[in-house]
Design a protein around this ligand. Structure first.
Ligand SMILES: Cc1cc2nc3c(=O)[nH]c(=O)nc-3n(C[C@H](O)[C@H](O)[C@H](O)COP(=O)(O)OP(=O)(O)OC[C@H]3O[C@@H](n4cnc5c(N)ncnc54)[C@H](O)[C@@H]3O)c2cc1C
Length: 376
């Protein structure tokens, strides 16, 4: 076992950290307050190569792998989870196109999604379901050389900035298939972004598909095999969410230390209090465990050995850790942390979504437990 990051991975950390501290940190509050998508920062991440660390060089990526992907997300999320999560959300369509797309589909979409010239959205969730492909009601009806897609997706992050959407719909086989839908297609209607509690500015939008006609060649992978594309993409998305969690937890520790060092209790810095040291110790230990589990899980993906159980484990643990850590950080900040004056309240709101999106924690536990139960 090698627990050392190599020089290239350290370079990725430096690039992402430099971008986060010089360009993102000062914008985090404004993005949260205005709920406005930071298009310029997304573009800059493309320019710096942060959107294509795990993508092959053939399509404009750097081919450094999934460990580099999680390292970059962690660093950027320490400054703004909204900005860092763009990498992980965009990776959902990237991954499905890379693993299930034809060469033509890869050539058509991947370069722009890696350079940041455009982004992608990945729309599965509907009013009645966030994780059950059997329950989706969006349809894709074959009509000659085309499919006609109709339905409503309730949460599609990055939709207004996306050139392409991966849409899950039931075809004539009655099973879910994945389709690549250009967002400028007639009938692709973005209904306006939602007001979310955290990761504000991610442009999470309901999307209406009003008889959107797409060529048959827009099918992604085989008909009726949408679930495979969904799981493959979600495994990488969950790795990203584990990294988001580690980044936010690390930021909460830094903020807590800064606050406690500069506040006095009975003429002594608050950091002298055993209760504060105990909280900091707990926060640090839990974050370190989540960090190394995330790196190890990314390493499994790099070695082609990642299972759904592994990515569920990393996301379950890291999302739990970040929620515990921001809660402890809030306690250290006292009432001031509970106001909008200090940044910790944003982290508190941002952290919650890690236990909800891309499979709720309750289902993650069942995936892990079910997998253990089936092991001989
Ligand atoms: C900020 C944000 C961005 C998002 N972006 C996207 C996006 O880009 N694309 C997209 O497709 N979706 C997106 N989503 C949607 C998100 O992925 C789903 O909402 C999520 O998967 C949960 O699905 P649900 O809301 O239907 O919850 P439900 O499935 O209704 O679950 C609600 C609760 O019911 C319980 N529960 C449900 N099922 C089970 C079960 N099988 N066993 C035990 N308990 C269960 C759990 O307690 C769970 O917390 C986004 C959501 C948010 C908040």
């Amino acid at each position: 076992m090698d627990f050392e990051l190599n020089d290239i991975e350290l370079d990725v950390i430096r690039t992402a950290r430099d971008f986060a501290t010089t360009q993102v940190r000062s914008r985090a509050r404004e993005i949260d307050q205005t709920n406005r998508f930071p298009a310029d920062l997304a573009k800059e991440m493309g320019r710096l190569g942060l959107l294509g660390l795990h993508m092959p060089e053939e399509f404009g990526g750097t081919g450094l792998g999934y460990k580099a992907y999680v390292l970059a997300i962690e660093q950027v999320c320490a400054a703004s989870m909204t900005v860092g999560a763009i990498i992980a959300i965009n990776a959902l369509a990237q991954e499905s196109i890379l693993r299930f797309g034809t060469h033509e589909q890869k050539q058509r979409y991947l370069p722009a999604l890696i350079s940041g010239d455009s982004l992608s959205t990945f729309a599965f969730t509907e009013g009645q379901t966030g994780s059950d492909p059997r329950a989706i009601s969006t349809t894709a009806v074959p009509d000659g050389d085309t499919y006609v897609i109709s339905g409503e997706k309730t949460f599609a992050s990055l939709a207004p900035a996306a050139c392409v959407a991966v849409i899950f719909a039931k075809d004539d086989s009655g099973k879910a298939s994945a389709f690549l839908v250009d967002t400028d297609s007639e009938g692709f209607i973005i209904e306006g972004e939602l007001e979310t509690m955290g990761i504000r500015g991610e442009d999470v939008c309901p999307v209406r598909l009003k008889e959107v006609r797409i060529p048959r060649s827009s099918l992604l992978g085989d008909a009726g095999q949408g679930y495979n594309a969904l799981l493959t993409a979600i495994n990488v998305g969950q790795l990203g969410i584990a990294a988001e969690s580690v980044g936010v937890a690390a930021a909460a520790i830094t903020m807590s230390l800064d606050y406690a060092r500069n506040r006095t209790v009975r003429d002594r810095p608050m950091t002298d209090l055993p209760t504060i040291q105990s909280l900091l110790g707990e926060m640090s230990a839990r974050t370190e465990a989540a960090r190394w589990l995330t790196y190890r899980t990314a390493d499994l993906k790099d070695r082609g050995r990642l299972t759904g159980k592994d990515s569920a484990t990393a996301k379950l643990l890291a999302s739990q850790v970040v929620n515990e850590v921001v809660d402890m950080a809030m306690q250290i900040h006292g009432s001031y942390g509970y106001t909008k004056e200090l940044e910790i309240e944003r982290l508190y709101r941002d952290a919650k979504v890690t236990q909800i999106y891309e499979v709720v924690s309750e289902v993650q536990r069942l995936i892990i437990g079910g997998s253990l139960a089936r092991e001989s």
